[in-house]
Design a binder for this molecule. Structure first.
Ligand code: UD1
Ligand code: CA
Length: 467
């Protein structure tokens, strides 16, 4: 930076558009890709570029957008009627005082990297202008960029206004600009909707700047994917895949094995430790944290879940809002719901559901159980088919199972109830009263054997012959 006279950089993210081609009730910039709303990606890039201020131009669905991004460092301006990208940027004028560099981003262009924004600012220089362009094989509906002989901007032409020769141009406008204020706002004030869409085009104002001293520098994107905008759900899917691929590459280069990246989804905020192995069809979503040396087998689904080190999650297990300590083994086909915490080395097996419960270190629930609102002590064993009957139709009640307890198969624990440490419940018991430490509780009717019953029955039937 060149001392004290550097002009402040104000990022303006255009996010007011209706996004008609999405055919959605949700504002376009709130559609998710890579596990976050589209707008979050542009905002993060602007933050990382160290902008003095970030302004979002909201319009269509403004309240929803504002609610979702109510973080302290973002200011919102309202574009009440969406009259075009030029009109959108003009709404930000009151947020940009005096001389400044305005870094324009589009809320629907999420692959933009911070390096690109920095390069754009460098290409513009003090008081100058620059825009990002890319050469695409299939430039779709993006604006075509015509260059001067010395490689600066001559004009931007929208596809709908382009001549056949202009349509054949493969250099496109990525929708990212570094523009000098107040000059750009003067040009925006002069815009007229003389085009096929009857809109006030930002691209016309940038073209006007190109005719002034200094012109507009073109910054060519090394990775043309950065220019991809989301206008349809087909493009949403493409962008989502690219964002996930970026994330997976980052993880692989940091020492995580991803066996089939094309069949794996990891969200942006997730962290994964070294030597963890991720099998196909695994999704790791939200704010999940996965430790080192874990194995996530096929079909595992994690959301907002924390795994310590050396944990194995067997196939087709669902973990949502759970915390799992080191060395546990979960699944196959296990379900851990929010508020579950498994102590070190615990084991939760197939068709076991756990909700808002803590299992102590080394505790086991290996088959077919429901554990809700319970505390399970260290090394306790929960047999097959055990249910904590935690709900009486009105309220939830807690179950407390002591350390080393043995809860026999098919025990119904009618909460609130406590099974003491080292206590045992007989298989098939319905436990409605607390069980003292070390006791055996049997809560079932006594078995009666009726000797010779089958013979007697046959004799009774004998008269009526064989059926
Ligand atoms: C725009 C550019 C095009 C460029 C492309 C890059 C114009 C006229 N065209 O086209 O040259 O190749 O982006 O992706 O600028 N928006 C508003 N208010 C409005 C209209 C749009 O805030 O009144 C916002 C949208 O929410 C979106 C962004 O501006 O985030 C771009 O608008 P969009 O309608 O998608 O423009 P494109 O047709 O993609
Ligand atoms: Ca667009």
């Amino acid at each position: 930076m060149n001392g004290g006279d550097t002009k402040p950089v104000v990022a303006v993210v255009l996010a007011a558009g209706l996004g008609t081609r999405m055919k959605s009730r949700l504002p376009k910039v709130l559609h998710e890709a890579g596990g976050r709303p589209l707008l979050a990606w542009a905002l993060d890039a602007a933050r990382a570029a160290g902008c003095a201020r970030i302004v979002v131009v909201a319009g269509h669905g403004a309240e929803e957008v504002q609610r979702r991004f109510a973080a302290g460092d973002v200011r919102f301006v309202l574009q009440e009627r969406q009259l075009g990208t030029g009109h959108a940027l003009a709404q930000a004028a009151p947020e940009v005082e005096g001389e400044a560099t305005v870094l324009v981003l589009s809320g629907d262009v999420p692959l933009v990297r911070v390096e690109t924004l920095r390069a754009l600012l460098a290409a513009a220089g003090e008081g100058g202008a620059a825009m990002a362009v890319a050469d695409l094989d299939a430039p779709a509906s993006l604006g075509r960029v015509l260059a001067t002989n010395d490689g600066r901007l001559a004009a931007i032409v929208e596809l709908k206004d382009a001549t056949p020769e202009q349509r054949a141009v493969r250099t496109i406008n990525a929708g990212l600009y570094a523009l000098p204020a107040p000059a750009i706002f003067d040009e925006l004030a002069r815009l007229r909707p003389n085009n096929a869409q009857g809109e006030l085009y930002l691209t016309d104002a940038v073209t006007a700047l190109a005719q002034q001293n200094g012109g507009v520098a073109l910054h060519r994107l090394a990775d043309p994917d950065e220019a991809l905008g989301v206008n349809t759900r087909v493009e949403l899917a493409q962008v989502h895949r690219l964002l996930v691929e970026r994330k997976l590459q980052e993880l692989m280069l940091a020492g995580v094995t991803v066996l089939e990246p094309q069949r794996t989804r990891v969200d942006a905020e997730v962290t994964v430790g070294q030597d963890t192995v991720i099998h196909p069809d695994v999704s790791i979503l939200g704010n999940s944290v996965v430790g080192a040396g874990c194995t996530l087998h096929q079909g595992v689904w994690l959301r907002d879940t924390t795994l310590a080190d050396d944990i194995t999650i067997e196939p087709h297990s669902v973990l949502d809002g759970a915390v799992v300590e080191a060395g546990c083994r979960v699944g196959p086909f296990a379900r851990l719901r929010p508020g579950t915490r498994l102590g070190a080395g615990a084991r939760v097996g197939n068709f076991v559901e756990v909700k808002a419960s803590r299992l102590g270190a080394g505790a086991k629930a290996n088959h077919l159980a429901y554990i809700g609102d319970a505390t399970v002590g260290e090394k306790a064993n929960i047999g097959a088919g055990v249910v904590t009957c935690n709900y009486d139709g009105e309220k939830k009640h807690p179950t407390d199972i002591g350390a080393g307890a043995f809860v026999g198969s098919d025990t119904m624990l009618v909460a609130p109830v406590r099974v003491g440490s080292g206590a045992t419940t007989a298989a098939g018991s319905v436990i409605t009263k607390d069980v003292p430490d070390g006791a055996l509780a049997i809560g079932r009717s006594r078995q009666r054997n009726l000797e010779g019953w089958q013979e007697r029955r046959k004799k009774k039937r004998g008269g009526s012959g064989e059926g």
